[in-house]
Design a protein around this ligand. Sequence first.
Ligand code: ARG
Length: 402
Amino acid sequence: MSKEKIAIAYSGGLDTSVMIKWLKDKYDAEIVAVTGNLGQQKEIENLEEKALATGASSFSFLDLRHEFVDSYIWPALKAGALYEDIYPLATALGRPLLAKALVDVGLEENCTMLAHGCTGKGNDQVRFEVAFASLAPHLAVLAPLREWEFTSREAEIAYALEHDIPVSATKKSPYSIDENIWGISIECGVLEDPMNPAPEDAFQITTSPEKAPEKAAVVDIEFEQGIPVALDGKKLDGLDLITELNTIGAAHGVGRLDLVENRVVGIKSREIYEAPAATILHFAHRELERLTLEKSVFQYKKNISQDYANLIYNGTWFSPMREALDGFVEATQKTVTGLVRVKLYKGSVSLLGRTSPWSLYNEELATYTEADTFNHKAAEGFIQLYGLGLKTWSEVKANNRS
Ligand code: ARG
C-alpha cells in the first residue's frame, strides 16, 4: 500500500507543529517538513529537532536569503512596487519563493501533497496555492487551518500537550508577526481597531522616532542599473546591504508604516509594518529615477509600479504578466545608475543630493544665470502651436454664445 507523503511549509510555530501530527494521522502519511530562511530572526532554533520530535520523517532547512534578494526583492525594488502606495510587500514577496522551495523538495521526495499553515481569510493561502498551481499543478494541496476542528489557540495547545508535541514555552505575543529581511508585518490584538495608535510593544526592530538619536545619519547609496550596490562608498553584497540599512534605519526610527489595506479576499485589514531598508531604498531609487529617466518613461512607469505591486500582493508572481512587466522595468533600469545621499532623522528619510553619469538634468538649460543656453525665442512659437487647439475651441464657444 502506497503511503501518502506530504511536504509541509513548516515554521516551527504552534500551527504548523500541530499540523504535522494532525496531517500524519488524518492521511496516514509520511511528513516532510520544509523551512525556508528568508532572514527571519525568530523561531529558527532547534527546528530540525522539533520537527522530527513532532512526527516529521525528514526536515529541510533551506537558506533562501540570496535568492530572495536577487530574484524577488531587487525586481520589486526596480519596479517601484509599493502596495497601495505604502507596503513594500515583504511577506507577499516571500510566499512565492517559499512555495517554490516546497515544490522543489516535494518533487524530489516524491510527495503526493503539499500543505501550508495559512488561515482561510488571509492573502497568504492565495499566494501559496496559486504558486503551487503554476509550479506543480498535479500535486494535491492541503490547508488544514481551513478545515480542522481547533477553534482557538488553547485547543491547539491542548492537542499538542496530549500528543507530546513540543511547543515553545515563551509567552505568545498578542500580535501575529511575519518577518523577513525586507520587512516585518504585525497585526491582531489592539491593532484591530484602526483608531488605536500602534503601541510601542508592537514594534520589533525600530526605535521610536522620539527616542531616536538627535544626530542624523547621512548615508550614500550607490545604484547600478537600479540595484543598490554600495553604502558610503563600500561595495556590499545585496543581503549585507539590506541588513546594514535595516540596522541604521531602525536605530533612527525609519520605516514604520501603518496601513488599512485591501486584501485579495475582499476585506480591509489594518497592519503595521517595519521596513527600514525597504523604505530607504524605495525612496532613494525613485529619486535617482527622477534624475535619469526620460519624462514619458518616468511618468508611465507609475502605472507599471502599481500593476507590479498588485501582482505581487495578489499572488500571481509566477505568471506571464510578471515576465512581461519585468521586460518593461528592465528596459527602464539601464540608466538608473548613480548615487543618492539621504538623511535619516527621527523617523524620516530625506534627500540631500543625487548624481548620475546618466543624469538628464542639464544645468545650462535649467539655470537662470548668464550661463543659460535655453532658446527663449523658441518658446514663443511652441506656445502658439501648443495652445492653438484651446484657442480655437474658445473662439468657437464664444461665437456660438452670441
Ligand atoms: N498584510 C500582509 C500581506 O498580506 C502581511 C500578512 C501577514 N501578516 C502577519 N502579521 N502575519 O502581505
